[in-house]
Design a protein around this ligand. Structure first.
Ligand SMILES: Cc1cc2nc3c(=O)[nH]c(=O)nc-3n(C[C@H](O)[C@H](O)[C@H](O)COP(=O)(O)O)c2cc1C
Length: 365
């Protein structure tokens, strides 16, 4: 029997299109093994780097919830709340590359049919950093990674030459891709920051420089909330905060818009959709805007009792997608991927009640 959930994405065969995003659910061999056992089609490892990583001296992630009774958003525990978002200022993996390599090898040998994507990050602006990109890429691929995801999007790196600080700079994107594509021949996914107006151009530069896919979105730059009673931020160290990343349901609409923008500009290129997926309906929305692969982080982390890897979530996602395909008579997600694209138009192209409407301008006599 054919597996309707199977997808080919950037030339790789996925048993299902659902992938754990680069984050705590993929920070260790043990978690990734459990995730594959639970049924995830792939994982993107927590980002691996070569520079010293030291996280803040306090909580790295909080989960914010809203309630109907008093619909404010807060991490404070209250009855009858639903998830709103995650907020984090966690840096990349603090596990050294040398420790990751045997782990990656074991994971791939144990689960050869699951896709292992190594997320990597180095700096920018000099040859030494380009060498770091090359070294990371070669090492991860030699250890068995099927693809790489280049992290050019973490919104809260302490170093100014990394993550979203390099803010979709097309020259930097080109130089990093040149280094990495020259070093390895697996598909290269590029995770860009959603927080610049030059996103579509950046994606174009990445595709032109050899990226097989763009991954969107990383978390959105944001501040935590201050509690009016305590006058403290809901997460802080010594009373201080800095911009961190918002994830989860709260970013769904913004993430869809970024995916739509890139997918409409480059309809023949691949895109992996991320941001606020909690179940089939959100995943469906990314697919109709063109995503051929779905990545999930916050919803997996929030799942109680499964060690933060979404054991029930992956069952639900695959079950609901399978039911949907059967109900609609679709052979795979390719049958409805991208169907929303042509229905996204300029504001002035939406029908007005008056025939006199002229795109917001007075009609010339
Ligand atoms: C605690 C935490 C750590 C993260 N670490 C990374 C990381 O190391 N590399 C990366 O590319 N993205 C990282 N992300 C971003 C996620 O991969 C994902 O893009 C984002 O959370 C949006 O997806 P979601 O709405 O499903 O959470 C992290 C997110 C969270 C919440």
């Amino acid at each position: 029997m054919t597996n309707k959930l199977a997808t080919t994405f950037t030339g790789l065969e996925f048993v299902n299109p659902f992938v754990l995003a680069s984050a705590p659910p993929t920070e260790s061999k043990a978690k990734i093994m459990r995730a594959f056992e639970a049924g995830w089609g792939g994982v993107v490892t927590k980002t691996i780097g070569m520079h010293p990583v030291e996280n803040v001296a306090g909580p790295k992630t909080i989960y914010q919830r809203a309630s109907e009774a008093k619909p404010y958003v807060s991490r404070n525990k209250r009855p009858d709340t639903v998830s709103h978002s995650s907020w984090n200022w966690e840096l990349i993996s603090d596990q050294p590359l040398e420790q990751w390599l045997p782990d990656l090898e074991e994971i791939k040998t144990t689960y050869p049919d699951r896709m292992l994507i190594g997320s990597i990050m180095a700096g920018a602006g000099n040859e030494e950093e380009m060498d770091h990109w090359r070294k990371l890429a070669k090492a991860c691929v030699n250890a068995g990674c099927d693809a790489l995801e280049l992290n050019m999007s973490c919104p809260h790196m302490d170093r100014k030459d990394m993550g979203a600080h390099i803010a979709n700079d097309e020259d930097i994107i080109r130089s990093i891709l040149k280094a990495v594509t020259g070093a390895v021949s697996v598909p290269i996914w590029v995770k860009l920051t959603p927080s610049t107006s030059s996103l579509v151009n950046a994606a174009g530069a990445a595709y032109a420089a050899g990226a097989a896919s763009i991954s969107l979105c990383n978390t959105f730059p944001s501040l935590p909330l201050m509690d009016p009673e305590t006058l403290k931020f809901e997460v802080e160290v010594d009373g201080l905060v800095t911009s961190g990343g918002l994830g989860g349901l709260a970013i769904l609409h913004q993430a869809l818009q970024r995916v739509s923008d890139v997918s409409r500009a480059y309809p023949d290129k691949s895109i992996s959709g991320i941001g606020g997926i909690k179940g089939f309906r959100e995943a469906f929305n990314f697919i109709v805007h063109g995503a051929g692969n779905l990545q999930i982080c916050t919803a997996a982390m929030e799942e109680k009792g499964s060690g933060g890897i979404g054991v029930n979530l992956i069952q639900e996602l695959t079950g609901d997608l399978s039911d949907f395909l059967d109900r609609k008579g679709y052979a795979s997600i390719e049958d409805f991927r991208g169907i929303a694209r042509e229905r996204i138009v300029e504001h002035s192209q939406i029908r007005r009640k008056s025939e006199a409407y002229n795109g917001g301008y007075a009609k010339s006599a």
